[in-house]
Write a protein that binds this ligand. Structure first.
Ligand code: ZN
Length: 262
């Protein structure tokens, strides 16, 4: 019933027990995964995990943290990687001067290359945006005015300005452990009010374990904790919410799910 729309199954943290983690996730109702790349030039890693499992798909991209080391990544290079059948999206890419220390011009240039790749392929762009609501909204509006493209703002941590821009442009919102943290009343308020057809569930495993597990390694089985909170916020039940979010994920990632949906 769940699709984990954003996690990092290829990370070393999962190397010792990936099969056990996926078995626990399956028992919790997770039926498919989109595992997310963080370095274009390391895409072989994330592609290898997707190749190993029928229900795992992947994306290719450069997290803003690595924008200096992949400063000259090109849209052509990203587009070429998307010809692989298991590569179903682009990213994660975006803007973040809180957790990353890459230079601002490099962050903007690398993110711009990912936008062009999303425009050319029309594959969804998985966006990482931390406290850059204005700059992000401005880049999304300007690029979408030329050629619209599908996107999700993952682990949504923005405010109304970014939420409004994303809604207007047809964007999706990914919610995971962050939504459960005590300080995030604003995001809970935004999540409660978004249209049903723009919500995705994710875990960002192994990071961002939902409360009260914040100090532990996150894993996809924990998606249920966030789903229960999001359902409660929206006056729904976890089964309907999960079904809605899975339908949304299938719509956003047609290359992964269009031909495979029941
Ligand atoms: Zn991530």
């Amino acid at each position: 019933m769940f699709i984990d729309s954003h996690l990092h199954l290829d990370f070393d943290e999962f190397a010792p027990d990936r099969a056990a983690i996926m078995a626990r996730a399956a028992a919790a109702g997770v039926e498919a995964y989109v595992t997310i790349g963080i370095r274009v030039r390391d895409s072989a890693r994330v592609i290898a995990v997707a190749e190993a499992y029928d229900n795992v798909f992947c994306t290719v991209g450069t997290l803003p943290h690595f924008a200096d080391e992949e400063r000259n990544v090109t849209a052509e290079e990203i587009v070429a990687l998307t010809t692989h059948p298991k590569v179903v999206g682009i990213g994660e890419a975006g803007l973040d001067r809180v957790f990353g220390d890459a230079s601002w011009p490099a962050q903007q240039a690398v993110f711009a290359a990912h936008i062009v790749a999303a425009q050319q392929t029309q594959l969804p762009l998985v966006i990482h945006s931390v406290r850059e609501d204005e700059a992000m909204a401005q880049m999304l509006r300007a690029s979408s005015a030329t050629t619209p493209f599908p996107f999700v703002i993952h682990a949504f941590s923005g405010g109304p300005l970014l939420a409004e821009a994303a809604l207007e442009l047809g964007g999706y919102f990914g919610f995971g452990g962050l939504l459960t943290y005590p300080g995030n009343d604003l995001q809970r308020e935004i999540a409660a009010g978004l249209p049903d057809d723009r919500l995705l569930l994710e875990t960002d495993s192994p990071s961002l374990a939902p409360a009260p597990l914040q100090d532990e390694r996150n894993e996809p089985a924990n998606i249920r904790i966030t789903a229960e909170l999001l359902a409660r916020l929206r006056g729904s039940d976890v089964e309907s919410l999960a079904a809605q979010c899975s339908a949304n994920t299938r719509r956003l990632f047609p290359k992964a799910f269009a031909a495979r949906s029941p």
